[in-house]
Ligand binder design. Structure first.
Ligand code: IMP
Ligand code: MG
Length: 338
């Protein structure tokens, strides 16, 4: 069984929480990180501890899960080794031999290039310039670095073998659908495609192996950096609604708009979502905080979910109602009978 989880908007939808919940709940054996690289920041809160992950899979909370980074992902060796140490996961985390290495020069180029840093508003983590070098075919790969020698694997082979054995696997994307180089708001996008199809390609799994595609939305929309955001709220209004957030990687305040059902519908189409997760429902409806049964949600919150379902045409199966991994309403068993 293979599930792919990707962001449906502009990143920061709360993928970290949904991925870690699914990894624990579904007894995931193998979790592979897809997506761009260390520009991502996934937050996981478990037993009052907060983890901010930029490189390793958010599924690490499941101690039985083997953790992989797919060959399409950019690896910053410093960030990777620091996370491995902090999370104490050495021995069950591997990078693909062909992952591109983010070097110091890539970070310098990202930060000193006026177009990237000022106009696009990149995260400054070197991802774009490292992708550029990969395309030019001059980038280093992880197998070239001796400090990574204990971590090198053939990730595509390992994940496909696990699926052959009937194990449960999860692929975790990064950023969001409208930051995609091809399907997003170009040129205000990241340096590669971020849809579910690319997440599979990043790891080396073909489209026929995928069972579920879970697209994650937040109950409102945020965007950091430049680019259009339809219905963007003025900062005063954002503060009044208590929806002000700051970027995990950059610390920048996030721009905010209310949920947009038309964009959500397009995202469902681009990813061929089979189900949708909606996080932070409690930020819109205080009475939803830490609720774990759908029936116990405030009536307006239920209406909000049902209106979205009616528009997008796929079921909302997982709803986030609080910061802890287990603060969720999980309706997959009743809504997804296959
Ligand atoms: P880059 O990915 O660092 O090149 O940045 C390109 C654009 O994508 C900028 O607008 C960034 O703010 C945005 N971006 C990249 N990664 C993330 C993320 O993980 N969350 C939200 N926005 C992101
Ligand atoms: Mg983030």
């Amino acid at each position: 069984m293979l599930s792919v989880i990707v962001g449906g908007m502009f990143g920061d939808e709360g993928k970290g929480k949904i991925v870690s919940y699914v990894a624990l709940k579904d007894n995931i054996n193998v979790a592979a990180r897809a997506g761009v690289g260390t520009n991502a920041g996934h937050t996981v809160v478990y037993n009052s501890q907060t983890f901010k992950l930029r490189q390793v899979p958010s599924a690490f909370l499941n101690k039985n899960a083997k953790l992989y980074i797919g060959s399409g992902v950019l690896v910053d060796p410093d960030v990777f080794l620091r996370e491995v140490e902090t999370l104490n996961i050495k021995g069950r985390v591997w990078v693909d031999a062909n992952c591109t290495v983010i070097e110091e020069q890539h970070k310098n180029r990202d930060r000193s290039d006026a177009h990237l840093s000022k106009v696009i508003g990149t995260t400054g983590t070197g991802c774009g310039p490292a992708m550029e070098d990969r395309v030019k075919r001059v980038a280093k790969t992880c197998k070239d670095l001796s400090i990574l020698k204990d971590y090198i694997e053939d990730v595509a082979l390992r994940v496909n073998e696990a699926l052959d054995r009937g194990e449960n696997a999860l692929i975790e994307g990064t950023q969001g659908t409208f930051l995609s180089l091809y399907h997003g708001t170009y040129p205000f996008v990241t340096s590669k495609d971020t849809s579910a199809s690319s997440a599979c390609a990043d790891v080396g799994v073909g489209p026929k192996r995928v069972d579920e595609v879970i697209v994650v939305f937040k109950s409102y929309i945020t965007r950091v950096g430049g680019g259009p955001l339809e219905g963007e709220l003025p900062l005063e209004k954002v503060k009044e609604l208590n929806l002000l957030e700051f970027g995990t990687v950059t610390g920048r305040p996030r721009r905010v708009a209310l949920f947009n059902k038309e964009l959500a519908k397009r995202s469902v189409m681009l990813n061929s979502a089979t189900q949708v997760a909606i996080t932070k429902l409690d930020w819109l409806y205080k009475g939803a905080y830490k609720v774990r049964e759908y029936e116990k949600l405030p009536i307006e919150a239920k209406k909000f979910i049902e209106d979205i379902e009616a528009e997008i045409g796929v079921p909302v199966t997982i709803i986030g109602t609080g910061e802890d991994v287990y603060d969720v309403i999980d309706m997959r068993s009743s809504k997804m009978r296959r």
